[in-house]
Ligand binder design. Structure first.
Ligand code: C2O
Ligand code: CU
Ligand code: CU
Length: 439
């Protein structure tokens, strides 16, 4: 924070070259560096002043995914930053501690801008996260992992080919990009040297389309402590968790001296039919990152029994407004994104029930800006354990309607809309997106 009480950040988006594969260089994009973007950190109550300088060869935006802030600061498709221009949004952080991220959101090109490398994490702290006895030494026992799948040409340059939907056959490969190479924080074949008994991993699926079913090769139990929008009420023991594009999860993993394990993406169950499941990555397994514990480990605090996360609503509030969204054929409710059309108008500070339905046999991931939701049920059944908690992004699991209790922010602006959309970036770019204002 500076003398004016604001936390100033400067992000310069620019092209560069990176050694993404060992010994090979490729053109990439990044912020304040040739690939990816710095982790931003702020606390509830902070006044953030941001300068985003676009030195890329294309107009773009920078969206703070998961941040509750005025729609005009959101960095969605309406806040375009022309090449050579600067954008200076500012806001006050007024939400709970969480792991968020930021990425471009220009309508029609989000997929390629993110894929070339513009994406970074945001860590928000508050008094609850201060009190929770969780590992918190950044890069030591509190480690961000940006998980992305890429394709490379034989010469090691990034393959920017996105499959256009018109070119796809019978639903095969309509995701735009499914990469065969995993990068974590831009690193190929990564490992992390564990030096403490417990490590907190902040997992972000920053991939364009791939869904990961994450666990460890030795099947060890880990504890999830946060979903997208903040801490859980108590740690949850899991073997696996599903992470769809845009989703985050924080987990705590325990190590004994000399332990070795690998975080792996196992074959995800995408709940699609045959053979779509296979074309969408349902048969794919990837090693994400190796974790190697030192022969002596520093002590870590015991996992707390309670985390003080916001309580989940147990049921829909009486009289809550219901809206239904059907994700089918790259449209939502039969409509394609129109920058000039506001699809929904929502009263500020209310909780609504949004019923989100996947109406076809494709991968779709629901994301809403300017709001936090809890999944009440899917097709009348309980949501899977890893999806219980405050969220802003959610994989649409089955031919069944997910009922979300969506709490909208209190900030209003009748002119600037927020977005809801599929977070498969190709689908978003093709117009599987709608707009709403909060008034
Ligand atoms: Cu992560 Cu509307 O986006
Ligand atoms: Cu977002
Ligand atoms: Cu989709």
């Amino acid at each position: 924070p500076s003398a004016d009480g604001r936390r100033h950040y400067r992000l310069t988006l620019a092209p560069g070259t990176s050694e993404l594969l060992p010994g090979r260089r490729t053109p990439t994009w990044g912020a304040n560096g040739p690939y990816l973007a710095p982790t931003l950190r702020a606390r509830r109550g902070d006044r953030v002043a941001m300068t985003v300088r676009n030195r890329l060869p294309e107009a773009t935006t920078l969206h703070w995914h998961g941040m509750l802030l005025p729609a005009s600061m959101d960095g969605g498709p309406h806040q375009m930053i022309p090449t050579g221009a600067d954008w200076q949004p500012s806001w006050t952080v007024h939400q709970s501690a969480a792991t968020l991220w930021y990425h471009p959101h220009p309508h029609g090109s989000t997929g390629s801008h993110v894929y070339r490398g513009v994406a970074g994490m945001i860590i928000l702290d508050d008094e609850h996260s201060d009190r929770a006895a969780l590992p918190r030494a950044y890069g030591v026992d509190d480690v961000p992992l940006v998980i992305q799948d890429k394709n490379f040409h034989a010469d090691g340059t990034l393959d920017l080919t996105e499959t256009k939907l018109a070119e796809t056959v019978a639903g095969a490969d309509n995701l735009g990009v499914l990469g065969d190479t995993i990068l974590v924080n831009g690193t190929y074949d990564p490992y992390f040297r564990v030096t403490t008994r417990r490590v907190r991993l902040r997992l972000l699926n920053g991939s364009n389309a791939r869904v990961y079913w994450l666990g460890f090769t030795d099947d060890r139990v880990f504890h999830q402590v946060a979903t997208d929008a903040g801490l859980l009420q108590r740690p949850r023991a899991l073997h696996r968790l599903l992470l769809a594009p845009g989703e985050r999860a924080e987990i705590v993993v325990e190590f004994a001296p000399g332990d070795e394990t690998v975080l792996r993406g196992f074959e995800p169950s995408l709940h699609l039919g045959f053979p779509t499941e296979r074309f969408m990555g349902g048969d794919d397994t990837f090693d994400i990152i190796a974790l190697r514990a030192a022969p002596r480990l520093e002590p870590s605090p015991a996992l707390p029994a309670r985390l003080d996360g916001a309580p989940a609503p147990v049921a829909a509030p009486a009289g809550a407004r219901r809206r239904h969204f059907e994700f089918t054929g790259l449209q939502i409710n039969g409509r394609t994104m129109d920058m000039g059309r506001v699809d929904e108008v929502v009263p500020a500070g209310t909780t609504e029930i949004w019923e989100v339905e996947r109406g076809d046999d494709w991968v779709h991931v629901f994301h809403v800006h300017g709001a936090v939701f809890h999944v009440l049920d899917i097709g009348g059944k309980q949501p899977p354990p890893y999806a219980r908690g405050p969220k802003d992004t959610f994989y649409l699991h089955e031919f069944g309607t997910a009922r979300l209790a969506v709490r909208f922010d209190t900030l209003t602006d009748p002119r600037a809309p927020y977005m809801y959309h599929c977070h498969v970036l190709r689908h978003e770019d093709e117009g599987m997106m709608g707009q709403f204002t909060v008034v």
